[in-house]
Design a protein around this ligand. Structure first.
Ligand code: TYM
Length: 329
C-alpha cells in the first residue's frame, strides 16, 4: 500500500484551485492508500498572521477538508503544528540544504520580487519544511497542483542526499501525483496566471451564489474571435479551462463550437459557468457551515489525527536520529 501525504497552507479559505489541484485527488485516494493529510499552519507563519487569524484559518481549512469528503476515520487528518517531530526533522534536513539551491527555488525568487520587505528565513527554507512534512511519513505519492512540482523535486533531492550521506536506503523518492495525468493548474479570473489566495483572483468553496456570480461576470474577456477556429487568448482559455472542470462535457463542447464559429457571447458563457460553479460548490458550502458550528467534532478530529500522525512521525524521527548517530550510551 502506498503512503500518500499532502497539505494545504492555512492562509485563508480553500479555492477551486486547491480543490481541483489537490483535494479531489486526496479524496479519491484515501480508500486505496495510507493517507496523511494536514493543514500546513507552520508554513502560513511566513506571512505573520495574527493569533486570531491563524486559529480561525486552521479551523476553517479543517472544516473544508471534511466538507470535501475526507474521512477522518479512514485517512489521518491533522494539524502540522500538533506534530513536533516535523520541525525536528526540518532542522536536521536544513543542515544538508544549501543556500544556492534554496535561493534558486522559483517560489522563493517570486517572493523576493513581490514582497521585498518580508524575505524571512522561513521563506528561504520553505522547501525543507515541506520535505520534512512529506518524508516524515516516508511518503511515496504527493497529490498536488502544478505549482508544487519544483518543491517536490527538492524533496527528492533532500531525501536522496540523506540516503547517500548515510549510505542507507531509508527514504523513498516521493512523486507528485494526479492519477497518471498531468498536474493541474487552475487559472484565475483576471486573465492571467493561476488561481491563488495571494493573487486575489480566487473563487472560494465557501463563497455564496451571489459572490460567485459577481466574480465570474467580472472575469476578463475580449471582443471575440474574428476568424473560425482561432487559438484562444489566455484570458479566454482560462474561462474554458474552468468550464472544463466544473461543467458537463456537453456544455463545454457547445461553447467550444460557439467560439470556433465566431458566434460566442461571453456574457451567456459566464452566466452558465457561474451557475455550474454554484451547483458544484453549494453542497460543499452547506457542509462547511454545518461542520464549522460543531466545535466538539472538530476538536475530536484534530486530536485523533494528531495521535495517529505522531505514531508514524515519531517512528521515522527515532530511526533518522539513530542513522545520524544520536544514540544512547
Ligand atoms: P497551497 O496551500 O498554496 O495550495 C494547496 C494545494 O493546492 C494546489 N493549488 C493549485 N492547484 C492547481 N491550480 C491552482 N491554481 C492551485 N492553487 C493551489 C497546490 O498545488 C497545493 O497542492 N507548500 C504547499 C503546502 C504544503 C504541502 C506540504 C503540500 C506544505 N507542505 C507537503 C504537499 C506536501 C502550498 O503552499 O500549497
Amino acid at each position: 500500500m502506498d503512503i500518500v501525504v499532502s497539505g494545504i497552507r492555512s492562509t485563508g479559505k480553500l479555492h477551486l484551485g486547491n480543490y481541483f489541484g489537490a483535494l479531489q485527488n486526496f479524496v479519491k485516494m484515501q480508500h486505496e492508500n495510507h493517507c496523511y493529510f494536514f493543514i500546513a499552519d507552520f508554513h502560513s507563519l511566513t506571512t505573520h498572521p495574527t493569533p486570531q487569524d491563524l486559529h480561525g484559518s486552521v479551523k476553517q481549512v479543517l472544516a473544508e477538508y471534511l466538507a470535501c469528503g475526507l474521512d477522518p476515520e479512514v485517512a489521518t487528518l491533522y494539524v502540522q503544528s500538533d506534530i513536533p517531530e516535523i520541525p525536528q526533522l526540518y532542522l536536521l534536513l536544513n543542515m544538508n540544504a544549501y543556500m544556492g539551491e534554496l535561493e534558486r527555488c522559483t517560489s522563493f525568487k517570486d517572493k523576493v520580487r513581490t514582497q521585498p520587505n518580508n524575505v524571512n528565513a522561513g521563506l528561504l527554507t520553505y522547501p525543507t519544511l515541506m520535505a520534512a512534512d512529506i518524508i516524515i511519513h516516508k511518503a511515496h505519492k504527493v497529490p498536488v497542483g502544478k505549482d508544487q512540482e519544483q518543491h517536490l523535486e527538492m524533496t527528492r533531492t533532500f531525501a536522496n542526499r540523506f540516503n547517500r550521506l548515510y549510505n542507507v536506503d531509508y527514504f523513498p523518492e516521493p512523486v507528485p501525483y494526479n492519477f497518471g495525468k498531468q498536474l493541474v493548474k487552475i487559472p484565475g479570473l483576471d486573465g492571467s496566471g493561476k488561481m491563488g489566495k495571494s493573487e486575489g483572483n480566487a473563487i472560494y468553496l465557501a463563497d455564496d451564489a451571489e459572490t460567485i456570480r459577481k466574480k465570474v461576470m467580472r472575469a476578463v474577456t475580449d471582443s471575440g474571435p474574428t476568424a473560425p477556429n482561432q487559438k484562444k487568448p489566455e484570458a479566454i482559455q482560462n474561462l474554458y479551462t474552468l468550464m472544463g472542470v466544473v461543467s458537463q462535457p456537453d456544455t463545454l463542447k457547445y461553447y467550444e463550437e460557439q467560439y470556433n464559429n465566431c458566434t460566442i457571447r461571453y456574457g451567456d458563457m459566464k452566466k452558465q459557468l457561474a451557475e455550474d460553479i454554484i451547483a458544484f460548490t453549494s453542497p460543499i458550502r452547506e457542509r462547511i457551515e454545518a461542520i464549522l458550528s460543531d466545535n466538539e467534532y472538530l476538536r475530536r478530529v484534530a486530536k485523533m489525527g494528531a495521535e495517529k500522525a505522531r505514531q508514524s512521525a515519531s517512528k521515522t524521527l527515532d530511526e533518522v536520529r539513530h542513522i545520524i548517530g544520536f544514540r544512547e550510551f
